[in-house]
Design a protein around this ligand. Structure first.
Ligand SMILES: [Ca+2]
Length: 306
């Protein structure tokens, strides 16, 4: 009996070793394929794919003393992951929509809107502007398509990855410092030009008193990148993230993973937009929206686990 059991264990061990070797070979082939793709398209996995930047491994202090943005805690990003250098552009989203015939589900909340709402933000855009008026579901459909056509492990960034990339080693409210006076040099924010479009709106909206040159969206990369090379992490389009909403960072993962245990009908948005004032243009600021909700200032960027 003992001998038969031992033989059984031996056979199981051999099968397991074989499976591990096969997995390692498949992973090596996949890495080789991904490298070959990048050599063909630079930092893109395909001609119409977003340009990606590798996040340096490390750790950072996430959040702020504000209740919704705390408790502040140390988060480590100790795995290979890249984030897109820019927000997904109108041209990139159009390539996806053309290739797949994608039609967003009609939003039950906004039945008067056409289904291709991302093509109708209400202002002029070129292919280099960030795609906006997209729901979280639209963003999820786009990353699923990227995964399918490239084989790369694309998904939306986690809150931790996003804030790590947005801070880029800085500890201030914005990568350029704590003051908001310089915002118009570094980001497309709710500026004087945007304020002029708000005829009849009363009250202090906390908008910026400078001019950044864009009343609505700006082409991606029109402003200086942060120290790690990411553009428009603050301003331009507010960005959908993977995390389900939770009212604070209490109990959130500290290893960079997205929080998927909160209210998953609402997802996190970060970074503020062309319509945001000073308070909404901070790396620690976080807001929530329903997954089927959209606005002409809501877009996204992608992440890829490497
Ligand atoms: Ca602006």
């Amino acid at each position: 009996m003992l001998c038969i059991a031992a033989l059984g264990i031996h056979a199981w061990h051999q099968a397991e070793q074989g499976a591990i070797a096969a997995r390692a070979a498949a992973e090596a082939a996949e890495r080789q394929r991904a490298t070959a793709m990048r050599e063909r398209h630079g930092e893109r996995d395909c001609a119409d794919c977003p340009e990606m930047l590798v996040l340096p491994r490390g750790s950072f202090q996430m959040g702020s003393p504000a209740a919704k943005e705390g408790p502040q805690r140390r988060v480590a990003i100790d795995y290979a992951v890249s984030l897109a250098k820019y927000e997904v552009t109108r041209g990139e989203f159009e390539a996806f929509a053309r290739a797949t015939g994608y039609l967003p589900a009609r939003d039950a909340q906004l039945p008067d809107r056409p289904t291709d709402h991302w093509r109708r933000p209400g202002f002029e855009q070129t292919d280099r502007h960030p795609v906006v008026n997209v729901t979280w579901q639209d963003a999820a459909a786009y990353v699923a398509w990227l995964r399918k056509i490239t084989g790369g492990n694309y998904r939306l960034p986690s809150e931790a990855e996003w804030e790590y990339a947005a801070r880029a080693g800085t500890t201030t409210q914005r990568f350029w410092g704590d003051g908001s006076d310089e915002a118009c040099r570094y980001a497309n924010v709710g500026d004087v030009l945007f304020a002029k479009t708000l005829t009849g709106v009363k009250g202090n909206l906390g908008l910026f008193h400078c001019t950044d040159g864009h009343a609505f969206t700006a082409p991606v990369g029109a402003f200086q990148p942060n120290p790690w090379g990411f553009h428009d992490m603050l301003g331009n389009a507010q960005e959908w993230l993977l995390d389900c909403w939770f009212d604070s960072h209490a109990g959130a993962p500290v290893n960079g993973a997205a929080r998927l245990d909160g209210d998953c009908y609402r997802r996190v948005l970060r970074g503020g937009s062309w319509a945001s004032g000073s308070d909404g243009t901070r790396v620690a600021d976080r807001v929530r929206e329903l997954v089927g909700y959209t606005q002409p200032f809501i877009g996204f960027r992608v992440a890829r686990v490497d």
